[in-house]
Design a protein around this ligand. Structure first.
Ligand code: BES
Length: 249
């Protein structure tokens, strides 16, 4: 159901753009498909910029009968990506490089969807120039605004992202933090050699304590998406600066 919902929503946003595709990516390892929206590049179409997050949620290991609303983990990432898509297509954005938005399947089961996609891209020698991961963007657990995860990510691209925060989101306070393990889909790309980054909502230790439970709901984030909006803006800046191109009426 989550896959169908995201597919249909992204398709709706792409309705005015026949060049933009929205496709299910069927997996061997899980029944849940991922979704990929592609904005083809104009002058450098073989160079690909990827922005992604995971579409599944969980309420923990004994979860079969519990609700798993997954507001922060990771509806907040999918919403931020969806807003970047919304704005880009509304402005008739045509990137020089190809931009792909990905809603990964089965992250909570062990990064299954992103692992299969990243390996397939590596096997096909797809020239992915950068990957941005948006997971858990709406719980402001720390005093700062955006924390760059500095393990299983690319140091040079993290510096680039820090510069984007300073240039496009002046006034925001940024920091760094670490997961300590391959905690989300960025690690799938990192492990096959692509440059991946993961801007995060707080320090690792102060992140949303309600994830992976029926309590992962929007009231824990003040009932609004103000924190997630910073990540949508950063995602838009990342896309615009890395894929370049322009907008038109
Ligand atoms: N969003 C979490 C990972 C996370 C949790 C990052 C807290 C930073 C702070 C992610 O969706 C998740 O739950 N990942 C799994 C990964 C595992 C299945 C490989 C996890 O952490 O258990």
């Amino acid at each position: 159901q989550s896959a169908t919902w995201i597919h249909d929503r992204w398709q709706e946003l792409a309705a005015s753009r026949p060049d933009v595709t929205v496709e299910y990516y069927d997996h061997h390892i899980t029944n849940q498909p991922s979704i990929i929206l592609t904005i083809p590049g104009t002058t450098l179409p073989s160079e690909v910029v990827v922005l992604g997050g995971h579409q599944d949620s969980t309420s923990g290991s004994n979860c079969s009968n519990d609700r798993a609303p997954g507001e922060d983990d990771d509806a907040s990432g999918i919403a931020a990506l969806t807003e970047v898509i919304h704005v880009a297509l509304k402005l008739n954005y045509h990137p020089a490089r190809t931009v792909q938005f990905m809603a990964y399947a089965a992250e909570e089961s062990g990064l299954l969807g992103s692992d299969e996609i990243a390996r397939a891209y590596a096997n096909q020698h797809v020239n992915v120039v950068g990957v941005l991961q948006l997971v858990m963007t709406n719980y402001k657990g720390s005093s700062g605004d955006i924390y760059l995860i500095n393990d299983f990510t690319n140091a040079a691209q993290n510096t680039f992202l820090g510069n984007l925060v300073d240039a496009y989101l002046p006034g925001l306070v940024r920091g760094t933090t670490a997961c300590g393990y391959p905690c989300s889909d960025h690690a799938s790309w990192w492990s096959v050699g692509y440059a991946a980054s993961f801007p995060f909502e707080s320090t690792f230790s102060q992140s949303n304590p309600f994830i992976h439970s029926p309590q992962d709901t929007i009231d824990k984030s003040g009932g609004n998406a103000q924190h997630a909006l910073k990540f949508a803006k950063l995602g838009a800046a990342y896309m615009a600066e890395l894929a370049k191109g322009g907008v038109s009426n």
